[in-house]
Design a binder for this molecule. Structure first.
Ligand code: GDP
Ligand code: GDP
Length: 436
């Protein structure tokens, strides 16, 4: 369940983002299609042979106004904090520079495995250029070429040797795991405190998990919950904590381990681009999602304000049309008590299985009221549908030709399924397959 994390560090221009993109390959992310959201990605899942892992390009985390050397130092610290294995990247064409030595100095401090990769070794004749880099003290340097895609297999083989064995999840099946994500200062930690301070909440020990993340376990009305990565909400006072990229990175890691994600917005400030990006990732992950508008106490309002704010949310987060919206205040605790029942509801829908016979009735009724689309004289024929997975609920629809399942028709079927079964709070997935 918990995938190993690889971080790439190194001074600017050694080829970190080139290598990152090579390793990640072509992955289409809806987040990058949201207008206004920049395309540069620094965190992604990846695969190498049988290994699945996540990879971070620390070079994408920039601390505004920090001097050059300080930037690199922060990036190396982030790698140490976040990764299981660190790939230290240098440029074979330039030899060891003082900035490389600076990175090395930081990396000496960690016990985490560091694999040294010498980039821009574009042809075999250049391999001799790697020997200088033994001086950095990280053992055998791996020659690679990001632009030609050379040597990456050997490098990843080496990195994979250090992947921790998958401990799985230490929490039981019935425990509901949720996380609070959002920009810095929207009130995540205040909301966490308000939640666990509620009547009837019994907090167990805060458990250190096998990884660095710290989760909080509590019981409410006999149901056990885990708040994922409460450590991420506590500030360590590091400079990079307030950067957008770092907070997105933390959010992504928390999302991965959650069943339900609370996307926290600051009602006082309204919706920002970064909120959209974070919400987009929450949606893409397939987790259940609840949108929480915090600091509602600080908003000057009349009877229309809430409605307008919600309309605004629906406009900006169209992909999250299934997510309920809660307006509350962590400070005054107003409506904080409505959150737990909502988390239960979203979690239940996230793992809901529907009966095949009813599902097929719903689909056939839908088709009867709105005929399937045609393309070049050919009509889409739908034979039957079945639910193949939960978390999120996933349906396979068997058809004559999957290409004929137009996006808008799929959306129509999704709406009918939702009308019939609810699924509030959870995304659902529909896959068309040809029946053969
Ligand atoms: P970053 O700042 O470390 O992320 O570096 P980039 O990935 O942006 O690469 C910096 C420059 O080096 C770009 O112009 C790349 O095209 C170039 N580059 C990256 N990998 C290689 C490589 O393997 N060989 C050569 N010759 N150039 C490369
Ligand atoms: P985080 O960075 O998202 O964890 O945010 P914090 O919980 O640290 O809160 C950031 C600031 O917002 C702090 O000064 C809080 O006191 C304040 N804050 C949090 N929740 C509320 C709220 O519901 N109303 C108001 N007025 N302020 C809040």
């Amino acid at each position: 369940m918990t995938k190993p994390v690889v971080a790439i560090v190194g001074r600017p221009n050694v080829g970190k983002s080139t290598i990152f993109n090579r390793i990640v390959g072509e992955r289409i992310s809806i987040v990058e299609d949201i207008p206004g959201v920049t395309r540069d990605r620094i965190y992604s899942s990846a695969e190498w042979l049988t290994h699945e892992f996540n990879i971070i390009d620390t070079g994408g985390i920039e601390i505004s106004d920090a001097p050059f050397m300080e930037q690199i130092r922060h990036q190396a610290e982030i790698a140490i904090d976040e990764a299981d294995v660190i790939i230290f990247l240098v440029n074979g064409r330039e030899g060891v520079t003082s900035a490389d030595e600076e990175v090395a100095k930081i990396l000496y401090k960690t016990k985490k495995p560091v694999v040294l990769a010498v980039n821009k070794i574009d042809n075999p004749d250049m391999k001799e250029m790697i020997y200088d880099f033994y001086a950095l003290g990280f053992g055998e340097p791996y020659p690679i070429s990001g632009s030609h895609g050379l040597g990456l297999g050997d490098l990843l083989d080496e990195a994979a040797k250090f992947f921790p064995s998958d401990e799985g999840d230490q929490y039981g099946e019935n425990v509901i795991k949720f996380s609070l994500i959002g920009r810095p200062n929207v009130g995540k930690s205040s909301l966490f405190n308000a939640l666990i301070g509620e009547d009837r909440v019994i907090v167990s020990d805060i458990e250190g998990t096998t990884r660095d993340a710290i989760d909080s376990v509590f019981t409410f009305d006999e149901q056990e919950y885990v708040v994922i990565d409460t450590a991420g909400m506590r500030k360590k006072g590091k400079v990079y904590e307030s950067t957008e990229k770092y907070s997105v990175l933390r959010a992504l890691r928390a999302i991965e381990r959650s069943d339900v994600v609370l996307v926290v917005l600051n009602g006082e400030e309204g919706i920002r681009e970064q909120d959209k990006r974070i919400a987009g990732y929450a949606h893409e992950s397939g987790r259940a999602v609840i949108i929480v508008v915090n600091k509602w106490d600080a908003v000057e309002k009349d009877e229309k304000t809430m409605k307008l704010f919600e309309q605004n949310i629906r406009e900006h987060f169209q992909f999250l049309s299934y997510a309920p919206v809660v307006f509350l205040s962590a400070k005054t605790k107003k409506r904080v008590h409505t959150l737990m029942p909502m988390i239960d509801m979203a979690s239940e829908n996230h793992s809901l299985r529907v009966q095949s016979s009813i599902l097929n009735e719903v689909i056939m009724d839908a088709i009867a009221t709105n005929p399937t689309p045609t393309d070049k004289g050919k009509r889409l024929r739908v034979y039957y549908a079945t639910q193949v997975a939960v978390k999120p609920p996933t349906f396979v629809v068997f058809v004559n030709e999957p290409e004929l399942m137009h996006f808008s028709y799929q959306r129509f079927l999704e709406n009918r399924i939702r009308e019939a079964f609810g699924f509030e709070g959870t995304p659902i997935r529909i896959i068309s397959r040809s029946r053969n």
